[in-house]
Ligand binder design. Structure first.
Ligand SMILES: [Zn+2]
Length: 159
């Protein structure tokens, strides 16, 4: 008996996204562009957030810049504020690690993106993409699904 893939909501969302990315990017070239754009957008956004946090909270190598809020300046925060600051420092460390890893991944990906294949091979990509991730709203597929599953609970629209 073949093992059924997990059908929890998280996994279902993953399968849908996975298939959509194949369906909408069915060639090697498109997969290269998609993944390059995803990597770069991740780096840009995470890098900017880290920069902003460092401006506000310091870069962790010294005391944070004085708060610009008048009246709150010399007053030490309560335990909650200290815990919040710890969480921020922790997050900044995590973001630094993420950015370092993204930088390494970019160096590896550059080699993947140098590759070009003949149109014949791209055609094979398209062909298999169609098999792996057929359009779920395709009329033929819907009809086939109904035949396969013999869904008795589907309402009969013929009146
Ligand atoms: Zn699951």
């Amino acid at each position: 008996m073949p093992e059924e893939p997990c059908q929890c909501p998280d996994c279902q969302r993953f399968y849908r996204e996975h298939d959509r990315l194949i369906r909408e990017n069915p060639t090697l070239r498109q997969q290269q562009e998609l993944n390059w754009a995803a990597l770069q957008s991740f780096r840009t956004l995470a890098g900017r957030v880290l920069e902003e946090l460092q401006k506000i909270h310091g870069d962790g190598d010294g005391p944070a810049p004085a708060a610009a809020t008048p009246g709150a300046s010399a007053v030490a925060g309560g335990p909650n504020e200290a815990a919040d600051q710890d969480a921020i420092q922790q997050a900044m460390g995590d973001l630094e690690n993420i950015n370092a890893h993204l930088f390494s991944i970019e160096a590896l990906m550059e080699r993947i993106f140098d590759v070009r294949v003949p149109e014949e091979v791209e055609q094979k990509f398209r062909e298999l993409a169609g098999e792996l991730a057929p359009d779920p709203l395709n009329a033929d597929r819907l009809r086939l699904n109904r035949l396969l599953h013999q869904t008795p609970d589907l309402p009969d629209h013929r009146g």
